[in-house]
Design a protein around this ligand. Structure first.
Ligand SMILES: C[S@@+](CC[C@H](N)C(=O)[O-])C[C@H]1O[C@@H](n2cnc3c(N)ncnc32)[C@H](O)[C@@H]1O
Ligand code: SF4
Length: 458
């Protein structure tokens, strides 16, 4: 399991195509209308448990627009919009806590948009609300993380976050190449990021992660290699390296990017291959699905120990916790069901103001979904599928259930991505390059039409 991934452009090209990242199964595109009563009933069921809980808080605001951005965000300079948002968040939080406030919190993540758009006072207020409504500190190994935009998060702000109780941060970098930064309207010099990293380290944050994107305008193999050299100098514990898909018809801000400046698919493939090799040569472990970690980081340890988990925030080391999410567009997983809040700021606020839960969509897993979800979440973490474990878990025969998938699995095996045996399926190191297509074999909802709505693998 610990071996390095051997890059193969031919294999990646062969299996490239559109597909989900499987931060949930079924994915959010399958979610359906749900009623208030369904959500309340799931919450009430979740409230009968005392198991640890994961919380997610979505803060949608950003001060500046990055032209590549595909996140759910609201770009504004009006700080008081956040006051109004926090008022509504307080109501949503207190209703959720009416059900689940007694469960200890193991994981807490602030995502966005830009959570650090909030002023120090606003962030302290949100934290005080969380602390009032939930049992934040009774578990010793809790993990509280937040996404940082280095342009709007200075050393004093970082110190405040540490004091509140955050212990992990991820920093949005994307690229250090000045021509790329200019083309995507996100100028942040290396020195600025280096200062923030140093401050975060001095303050005692661990698991510091850097977000990068390949496929952005004006990137070449040479410029991205230089960016990675600079990133490695900063010595982050983790790196997320996402693929940029230029889809201006779907994401309006991308219309401001000159298509001619976007690298060709061949250049993108070369950048990906070079980057995997460069980062591995520097000692980073390629986890799979866009993520790298230092060998002693808990993420890499979990990969080796076959205990890695995947949830809406990507990879995690915490086992299948219920996730309670708050804020516009956020997704909860409770009592075996997914629930997604309203995606527009107005709709989310209006429902809360009307005394309703701001839920819009959701999905209740059936027995077939539960089995496929078990398989996909293991494969997306490069974990083996054991036929006997499957039998123990579900009282069924894997080979009989997935007879139709066998020829496709055999193709992956012939290509050296997985190993098939009488006991089950093992993901080989090179298979970590192509976890998405391996998982896709078990996705019952992948129609051609739906597939077009996912991003490409490269
Ligand atoms: C919510 S942002 C991180 C926090 C903060 N807003 C920032 O940008 O620094 C999450 C990450 O999503 C990634 N991202 C956003 N749009 C993307 C796109 N179109 N393709 C690939 N990755 C994207 C970026 O790496 C970004 O850092
Ligand atoms: S990448 Fe981050 S800062 Fe830029 S627009 Fe998207 S959410 Fe906002």
């Amino acid at each position: 399991m610990s071996e390095q991934v051997q890059w193969s452009a031919a294999l990646v090209k062969k299996y490239d195509g559109n597909g989900p990242r499987y931060t949930s199964y079924p994915t959010a595109l399958c979610f359906e209308q749900v009623t208030q009563a369904q959500y309340l009933s799931a919450l009430s069921q979740a409230g009968r448990s005392y198991e640890p809980l994961s919380l997610y808080v979505h803060i949608p605001f950003c001060r500046h627009l990055c032209y590549y951005c595909a996140c759910n965000k609201h770009v504004t300079k009006q700080q008081d919009l956040a006051d109004k948002y926090i008022e509504h968040l307080a109501i949503e939080m207190s209703r959720l806590a009416d059900f689940c406030g007694a469960r200890p919190i193991k994981q807490l993540h602030f995502g966005g948009g830009t959570p650090t758009f909030l002023t120090v006072e606003q962030m302290q207020r949100v934290w005080a609300l969380l602390d009032y409504n939930f049992d934040l500190f009774s578990l010793p190994d809790h993990e509280f993380s937040i996404e940082i935009d280095p342009r709007v998060t200075d050393e004093n702000y970082l110190a405040m976050l540490k004091e509140l109780g955050f212990n992990r941060i991820s920093i949005g970098v994307q690229d250090f190449n000045p021509a790329t930064q200019k083309a995507v309207h996100r100028v942040q010099p290396y020195e600025l990021v280096a200062q923030r990293m140093q401050a975060a380290r001095d303050l005692g944050f661990h698991g510091i992660s850097i977000d990068l994107i390949y496929g952005l305008p004006n990137q070449s193999e040479a410029t991205f290699e230089q960016t990675l050299r600079q990133v490695l100098d900063l010595s982050p514990d983790r790196i997320a390296m996402y693929s940029y898909a230029h889809l201006p018809d779907r994401f309006a801000p991308q219309k401001r990017i000159d298509s001619h400046e976007v690298p060709t698919p061949e250049t993108k493939l070369a950048i990906l291959g070079n980057s995997i090799q460069q980062l591995q040569s520097a000692g980073m472990v390629y986890i799979g699905m866009d993520h790298f970690a230092k060998p002693d980081d808990p993420l890499a340890q979990a990969l080796y120990g076959q205990s890695l988990q995947r949830n809406f925030q990507g990879y995690s080391t915490h086992k299948g916790l219920d996730m309670l999410a708050m804020g516009v567009s956020s997704i909860s997983f409770i009592d075996g069901q997914y629930f997604q809040n309203e995606k527009s700021l107005d709709a989310w606020q209006n429902k809360i103001a009307a005394g309703e839960m701001p839920v819009a969509k959701g999905y209740e897993l059936n027995d077939d979904d539960i089995r496929r979800r078990w398989i996909i979440s293991r494969l997306s973490c490069a974990m083996p599928i054991s036929y006997s474990e499957y039998r123990k878990e579900f009282g069924r025969n894997f080979l009989a259930d997935f007879k139709d998938v066998q020829p496709y699995l055999q193709n992956f095996a012939d290509d050296g991505l997985i190993k098939l045996s009488a006991k089950g399926i093992d993901v080989l190191p090179t298979g970590r390059l192509l976890l998405r297509p391996i998982c896709m074999l078990f996705d019952a909802y992948l129609t051609d039409q739906l597939r077009q709505r996912y991003s490409r693998i490269v």
